[in-house]
Design a protein around this ligand. Structure first.
Ligand code: ADP
Ligand code: MG
Length: 684
């Protein structure tokens, strides 16, 4: 334990917090939390209501609940990995508590006959309902306090508990009034101070805070401003010019079009013209290409790449994951090697020899186009003449990546592609330096994906439907639920579904892919599915963005009621890519609440990413505002680019004033909200 007598400052390392030792410091740093101040800005993703005790006999699987009962049995299960199974009874029923570790002090307390309060999520275990490592208190001692307020729930990582977060936040909150409020001077008296917003979100309340609250709006404004400033200040005077002037002659492009089995859509043509015009100027292109899933952005990327290659410049194409990088690579090889173009592949998981070879060939320009992950932007990667960088489906395209690019010497043109619908005004303000191109039409001949909302009690019918599809030669995605609290539970859920499907369809080759699989293994599984060797792919949400297997015409999404609409839309975009009529089945676990039903109905009735995003916003209830995973270019903590559109009008004025009068505040605000994202570049 670190000394607790040392005074605590906002700028102290997190190690100064009571209860944070060296191992936790490292875990926190991996979450980009370095100083005490960063803990203040680590905001809850939602709130839990643990005020009411539920009778154990009434519990359902996958329910968050607080219970109180007597420990009737403690069983130590020895095996490859020790476990403890504790039985809790309250007269209405029995609940099992499964523990994978139990330290001596805990063992001393968890004894038969003691009364225990627990809060956790139930799941169906072998013996019956169970909770895995719930939060707990001994209820038969004087210190026991039943919660009287809502409890904030923090985004976390393996090895950090909610109780730890709450203790650290409580310590950090003692300093909240020392936090410099850089904007107070520029905002009218109607705006509450910064600290009030942080208190509102962190301190347990009786009601879930809402974004309409002025204290919340104050935080959202500051976050939006920080993002706006980050982009504005990343733009140094020097990079107004200095990009290669790349004028398309169209020779390669014409040859390419000849071998393409379909014609470009008008939207694709328009967007390609916009890009070519940009690249023909010395002012570096920074263009955001927005187009719904399946609108054909990859082809636009190829067009831009060909323009650069034709004029002897190299192109780097980055995807957010190795699977997507591999797939883009395959596509580019298929399309461009017939034109005599060398395409390279560079990801973190590449072997030493292959890696050295790619680096060498980039340096001597034997490779003209390289596809990869963030690994593309590491220091050792030296291009002979990088003219264009394309970033596909990036969730967190950050200022840091731009900076890394600029450090590569030349200033390449930049094209960022996304399926996230962003209103034009918004894109202009928050991404102050990006021009926007929009593909607003899907390729012709796509029949819309039929979407069905089905209770998971109807699995038998579903199996019949799947067998029909398989008999017709089609392939199927089976998507498993995301469990934010625990990667291990998510994986277990996927493994269970995988085993169930194998049992139900024994002759069908089925594969499982998930985030924990080594990259090479993932790539192999995906390649097999693409080649049709496996017919059903069971996946956690790794297939969320970009995967393209036209022969997959059916997608089943388990626990669709738990997923965000944006995510469901992204997932559904993986089917309906070929000629076959495609379907997406949204399985839910009954009973379905009113809100959840309405959300699934939106998915059933709409195919337009833009409409879905708006509805999503309307349907979010209190407590669901925070931390909804925004599949956007920028991941915001409190602001929502659509909901808080009205705040955007304030940004240019505030930014200009701060940049003139208080440049240090600009740096401090960027640091406060965007943190040290540079370190994320290692993730590759
Ligand atoms: P996204 O915009 O989601 O990245 P893709 O670029 O992966 O979409 O394109 C989706 C599918 O549509 C691919 O199979 C692609 O070959 C096909 N496609 C792209 N443009 C056209 C077009 N103009 N006509 C027909 N099919 C097209
Ligand atoms: Mg794509």
């Amino acid at each position: 334990m670190p000394a607790s007598s040392a005074p605590l400052y906002l700028q102290s390392s997190v190690s100064a917090l009571r209860g944070v030792g060296p191992a936790l410091v490292q875990r926190l740093q991996r979450m980009d939390i370095w100083r005490v101040q960063d803990v203040l800005f680590h905001l809850p993703s939602r709130y839990q209501d643990r005020r009411h005790l539920l009778p154990i006999g009434t519990l359902l699987p996958e329910q968050e609940a607080a219970v109180l009962g007597e420990i009737t049995q403690v069983e130590h299960l020895r095996g490859r990995r020790d476990q403890w199974l504790v039985t809790l009874s309250d007269g209405t029923g029995q609940l099992y508590i499964r523990l994978f570790h139990m330290l001596a002090p805990m063992r001393a307390q968890w004894q038969e006959g003691r009364r225990l309060w627990c809060f956790g999520e139930t799941r169906a275990g072998y013996q019956g309902l169970e909770m895995v490592h719930p939060e707990w208190q001994m209820a038969d001692q004087p210190q026991f306090e039943a919660p009287t307020h809502l409890t904030p729930f923090y985004p976390s990582t393996q090895g950090i508990t909610q109780a730890q977060w709450r203790r650290w936040v409580a310590q950090a909150l003692t300093l909240v009034d020392q936090l410099p409020d850089y904007l107070a001077k520029y905002l009218g008296p109607a705006w509450p101070p910064l600290g009030e917003g942080l208190r509102l979100l962190h301190e347990s309340a009786e009601e879930v805070p809402t974004p309409a609250h002025p204290a919340w709006q104050r935080l959202a404004l500051e976050e939006l401003l920080a993002n706006h400033l980050a982009i504005r200040s990343a733009r140094t005077a020097g990079d107004e010019t200095g990009a290669p002037v790349i004028k398309a002659s169209g020779s390669l492009w014409t040859a390419f079009l000849k071998q393409l089995p379909f014609a470009l859509t008008a939207a694709q043509q328009r967007v390609i013209a916009e890009i070519n015009q940009n690249m023909a100027q010395a002012r570096p292109m920074r263009r955001l290409l927005q187009g719904d899933v399946g609108s054909g952005k990859t082809l636009v990327a190829a067009a831009a790449a060909l323009t650069a290659v034709e004029q002897n410049y190299q192109v780097a194409l980055m995807a957010p994951t190795e699977i997507l990088a591999e797939q883009l690579y395959d596509r580019f090889v298929e399309w461009l090697t017939p034109l005599g173009i060398q395409v390279g592949f560079l990801v973190g998981g590449l072997g030493q020899k292959a890696r050295r070879e790619v680096l060498e060939n980039l340096h001597n320009q034997r490779i003209q186009i390289v596809v990869g992950t963030q690994a593309l932007f590491q220091d050792e990667v030296k291009f002979a003449g990088l003219g264009l960088v394309i970033i596909d489906e990036q969730h967190r395209f950050g200022v840091d990546q731009r900076r890394q690019l600029l450090e590569k010497g030349t200033i390449p043109h930049l094209l960022v592609m996304t399926a996230t619908p962003i209103p034009r005004t918004l894109a202009m303000t928050v991404h102050a330096d990006l021009d926007l191109s929009i593909i607003d039409a899907l390729p012709p001949g796509r029949s819309p994906v039929e979407t069905l909302v089905v209770a998971d009690t109807r699995r038998a019918e579903l199996m019949t439907r799947m067998q029909h599809r398989l008999a017709e030669g089609d392939q199927i995605y089976w998507v498993c639920p995301l469990i934010e609290e625990s990667e291990i539970l998510a994986l277990q859920a996927a493994e269970t579904s995988y085993a169930d499907l194998q049992a139900a369809l024994p002759e069908v080759p089925i594969a499982l892919v998930h985030g924990r699989l080594p990259a090479a293994e993932k790539a192999r599984v995906m390649a097999d599915f693409k080649a049709g060797k496996t017919r059903i792919l069971v996946a956690t949400t790794v297939i969320e963005v970009g995967v393209d297997v036209p022969n997959a015409s059916l997608m089943v999404i388990e626990h669709a009621e738990r997923m965000g609409l944006a995510q469901l839309h992204q997932l559904r975009g993986r089917v309906g890519r070929g000629q076959r009529q495609s379907s997406c089945i949204l399985l839910y676990h009954p009973p379905l609440g009113g809100k959840a039903r309405a959300r699934l109905q939106v998915m059933r009735d709409s195919r337009d990413g833009f409409v879905i995003a708006r509805k999503d916003l309307e349907l979010r209830g209190p407590g669901e505002y925070l931390g909804t995973r925004q599949t956007g270019l920028l991941q915001m903590r409190v602001a929502d680019m659509m909901r808080d559109e009205a705040l955007l009008a304030e940004l240019p004025r505030l930014a200009t004033q701060l940049l003139h009068e208080n440049p240090e505040a600009v740096q401090a605000l960027i640091q406060r909200w965007l943190g040290n994202r540079l370190d994320y570049s290692q993730v590759g």
